[in-house]
Structure formats: structure tokens, C-alpha cells
Design a protein around this ligand. Structure first.
Ligand code: DAH
Length: 343
């Protein structure tokens, strides 16, 4: 690099540099210009590398000149960067202007399904009374759904429940009573448990669905009687439906209880205007059921009950057709907002 031509050369690079900065219309172009001039292989860095070919006398002056060009370019670059950043900011402020007069966006709060609300309330009540809450299988075999519950093989009692049978020979449980057997196989008395869950039957009309929910209750202990059952059901109904609710037991038949009863509830939505509604079944656990679970019926007695959850939801919330519960009409479901205890 001849010193004679150095000044011209520097002047040329200075001009080119200024032009490049002026031509940079955004920060990316500016960065390209920086690399082109100041980068490791940039034009100014190349000049510094060329110093080695100069004589020791020439070097200091040339070096100072190049450094001056370097600093000058760097200063201009920063100035240009500040300008471009201002422009960029102005552009964004213009484009992304927030209209603070627009209404805010509501976050949509969901709600628990009425079926869940009822199960929740029942589970909460019974856990306060010391009951265990047990979840059991929906795909079941004949033994747990029928046989261990004292349904004799080929007995017409099985027709009380229109069961879905699977090709495997298994079935969809037709009641939550299967949970009684599994639970008693794994827990020794005294015991108290509720089993909420889905059950399945070949049924569909305004008051029946092929899938619905039940809550099974079971208490086994010493000297457990119908009186304990009646008090428990009464407490459950009063908790769910208010202090005017009351329970009446009507003689009935279930293979797994003896004696057995239909559970009616006195429901009085407006004072003086009440009626009896059928809510489920109950009874004293049949000795054969206890025996199937290796529990001695001479020593232990128990009560059991099974309630329809959808039925309770319909009564409590005034739903006229059970199918409304599962049509997922958002206008229907929204009415349960705010009823959840879960935030
Ligand atoms: N499992 C019966 C049903 O689905 C309901 C029932 C009746 C359950 C009496 C019980 C009971 O535990 O004791 O129709």
C-alpha cells in the first residue's frame, strides 16, 4: 500500500462509507454496512492489515489516519443507528397504536357441569362425615356387576337392568354397586365409602340416557341399621336440597339388599308446594354380598344406597329433560357459572 496513494484511498473509502450509511434505510442494512467496513474482513480492517507493508517511518502516520477514518466511520454509524432507531420507533408507534377506547377482552371463565356440581357436593359432604371416596371400573365382568351382588345366574332380576355386553364377554357396568364388592375385597370393616361414577344401560328417552351417573354409598360396621341409613339419606338430601327436604323409604326389592327400599324425597321448591320424588334405591347389605367379600354377616351389618346423579341435578336445577344435560348447548351450560366451589 503506497503512502502516496493512501490519502486518496482513504478519501475514497470515507466517501463510500458515508454513502453506505446514508443508503442504509433500516437497521439490517446498517448492520450490513458495518460488517462491510468494520468487520474482520471489512474495508477499514483490511487497511490496518496493509500497514505491515509500509516502512517504519511511514507507519505511524498512516496508522493514525486509518484509525481516524475508523473512529469517524464508527461515530457516523452510531449516529445513523440512533436515527434509524428513532424512525423505527416512530413507525411502530404509528402502526401499533393501541386504541385504549376499545372494550377489553374478557377471559372466558368456564363452569362445572351440573353433574359434576352434584357429585362434588355429595363427595364433600360424605368426606366430612369420614367416608372414603372410591372410583371404580366402568368395564366390568359378570361377577362384580351381578354375581357377587347376589344376582342368581339367569335370574330375571338381571333384566331390571338392560346391560350393554361387550364382545369380549365383559360388560359396561349397569350400576355403581360393583364398587361395593371391589371395595369390600380390599378393605376390612368398619368401613364407609361412596362410589360416584358413570353407568350404562340400553335406554334413551326424556328421563333415561344410555350413560348416566350414580353415587353408591356403603357403610359396614357393628350394629349398623336402617335407622343409620335413613339418617344418612336424610342428611344428604337436606344438604343438597335444603332443610325442607325429607326422605321416605318404600319397601322394594334388590338382590343385594335385604330389606330393600325405594328412596323417595320430599321436595318443596316453594313453601307449601311440595311433592315426593323417587331418587334411588337402598337397603341393608344382603348377607350373601358380605360373604362374597369374606365378611362375616353374623358380626357385621351394613347399609347401601344408590342414587341417580342426573335425577338430582334435574330436580335441583329444574331441568325438564335429562338429554339437555349432555347436548352441550353452551347457553344451557353457562347458567351454571358461579355455582362451582372450584374457582
Ligand atoms: N344398583 C341399583 C340400581 O342401579 C341401585 C341401588 C339400590 C343401589 C339399592 C344400592 C342399593 O346400593 O342398596 O338400580
Amino acid at each position: 500500500m503506497p503512502t502516496a496513494g493512501l490519502e486518496d484511498h482513504l478519501a475514497e473509502i470515507r466517501r463510500e462509507g458515508e454513502a453506505a450509511l446514508a443508503a442504509a434505510v433500516d437497521l439490517r442494512a446498517l448492520e450490513e454496512a458495518r460488517v462491510r467496513f468494520l468487520g474482520r474482513k471489512g474495508r477499514i480492517k483490511e487497511l490496518l492489515k496493509g500497514l505491515g507493508s509500509l516502512t517504519p517511518e511511514e507507519r505511524p502516520k498512516a496508522g493514525a489516519e486509518i484509525n481516524r477514518l475508523h473512529d469517524e466511520f464508527e461515530a457516523n454509524l452510531e449516529k445513523r443507528r440512533a436515527e434509524l432507531e428513532q424512525l423505527e420507533l416512530a413507525r411502530r408507534l404509528c402502526e401499533e397504536r393501541v386504541d385504549i377506547t376499545l372494550p377489553g377482552r374478557d377471559s372466558d371463565v368456564g363452569s362445572l357441569h351440573p353433574t359434576s356440581l352434584i357429585i362434588d357436593e355429595i363427595a364433600s359432604l360424605f368426606s366430612r362425615m369420614g367416608y372414603d371416596i372410591h372410583d371404580d371400573r366402568e368395564i366390568e365382568n359378570d361377577y362384580y356387576n351381578f354375581e357377587a351382588l347376589n344376582f342368581p345366574a339367569d335370574h330375571p332380576a338381571r333384566d331390571m337392568q338392560d346391560t350393554f355386553f361387550l364382545e369380549s364377554g365383559l360388560l359396561l357396568r349397569s350400576h355403581t354397586s360393583n364398587g361395593q364388592i371391589h371395595y369390600m375385597e380390599n378393605h376390612k370393616p368398619p368401613l364407609a365409602v361412596i362410589v360416584p361414577g358413570r353407568v350404562y344401560r340400553r335406554d334413551s328417552d326424556p328421563t333415561h340416557l344410555p350413560m348416566f351417573h350414580q353415587v353408591e354409598g356403603l357403610m359396614v360396621g357393628k350394629g349398623i341399621s336402617m335407622a343409620n341409613l335413613k339418617w344418612t339419606l336424610d342428611t344428604m338430601m337436606k344438604t343438597l336440597f335444603g332443610p325442607t327436604a325429607a326422605v321416605r323409604l318404600r319397601p322394594s326389592f334388590f338382590p343385594f339388599t335385604e330389606p330393600s327400599a325405594e328412596v323417595d324425597m320430599w321436595f318443596e321448591p316453594t313453601p307449601g308446594k311440595g311433592r315426593w320424588l323417587e331418587m334411588g334405591g337402598a337397603g341393608m347389605v344382603h348377607p350373601n354380598v358380605l360373604l362374597a367379600c369374606r365378611i362375616d354377616p353374623e358380626e357385621w351389618t351394613g347399609f347401601a344406597f344408590g342414587m341417580g346423579v342426573e335425577r338430582m341435578a334435574m330436580v335441583k336445577y329444574g331441568v325438564p329433560d335429562i338429554r339437555m344435560l349432555y347436548e352441550n348447548d353452551i347457553r344451557f351450560l353457562r347458567q351454571f357459572r358461579g355455582l362451582s366451589r372450584i374457582p
